[in-house]
Write a protein that binds this ligand. Sequence first.
Ligand code: MN
Length: 160
Amino acid sequence: MRRVLSFVLCAVLGAGAVSAADNAPVEAKKAPIDTIFPQGEVNPYGKFFTGTSYLTMLSNNDEVFNAPIGNVTFEPGTRTNWHKHSGGQILLVLAGEGRYCERGKEVQVIKKGDVVRIAPNVEHWHGAGPETWMTHISVETNVPNNKAEWLEPVSDADYR
Ligand code: MN
């Protein structure tokens, strides 16, 4: 399988910085929901996730637009690690049902049509539901001064 090396979910996008060889093989599954855009490749930055996710970059980072936009699909149970974006992030939920949580707050159910506006430097995670797939568009805001800081995985207790 061809790997996309130029992707950093929730981060400023740049030249490929992580070798796919660092990742254990993952069996790709076809999402049973309408991802609208192509499901894409297994996310090579899976080390920042629990479970399996997929990515299609809709607009790569560049100096013309400064607007990295990615379409991310999460298998059931898959979620990002805790993390934060120095420039914030906006999620547009396209399909399925997922979860979003900010540190110290209740887990929120997110569904098709929801918009999640994540302020700069707010620690959070996002992902699928325990039994449901979810696809969202990720828009990085305040580029190019937007860096992602990845933290610890979301425990099963915090996830559920
Ligand atoms: Mn995020």
